[in-house]
Design a protein around this ligand. Structure first.
Ligand SMILES: [Zn+2]
Ligand SMILES: [Zn+2]
Length: 143
């Protein structure tokens, strides 16, 4: 978390309490959170919703936070600073979101396709998978 505060300062933005809380909450969550969920977890006195939004937008532009578009209308956010690489899995039936850390995520073939087609140098990606969760499938505990 200290690294995140240093990142703010080095980029010329004060590391306010609200910003620190948002980063802490996102770092502690295993799934991407909506701005409303983030605000609910900030201890009182809570910043207003527009402040949370503005800070999230700023943190995305600083590369501290990544925004994820899942199937719902609301945008969710996850930390981009903890060095972990996670993918989201969304249940189409109940809306539950889980995340997993792939053992190996090799998209180099797709990335070189993108480079060849668009001349675009890919540095990161965000993947969401959709389907039915174990509960909805009635296969709880199956491995
Ligand atoms: Zn489900
Ligand atoms: Zn990946």
């Amino acid at each position: 978390m200290k690294a995140a505060f240093d990142a703010f300062r080095s980029l010329g933005h004060p590391a306010t309490r609200g910003r620190g809380e948002i980063l802490r909450i996102l770092a502690e969550s295993v799934i991407p959170l909506s701005p409303r969920e983030i605000r609910e977890r900030i201890p009182d006195p809570k910043p207003d919703a527009s402040t949370v939004y503005r800070n999230l937008t700023l943190m995305v532009s600083l590369g501290l936070v990544r925004s994820v578009a899942l199937h719902e209308r609301s945008r969710r956010y996850e930390t981009a600073t903890d060095g972990t690489h996670r993918h989201s899995v969304v249940c189409r039936r109940c809306g539950r979101i889980e995340s997993f850390q792939p053992k190996k995520c090799d998209l180099s073939r797709i990335e070189s396709d993108i480079r060849g087609t668009l001349g675009f140098d890919v540095t990161d990606h965000s993947l969401e998978f959709f389907g039915s969760c174990a509960d909805c499938e009635g296969k709880r505990g199956r491995r």
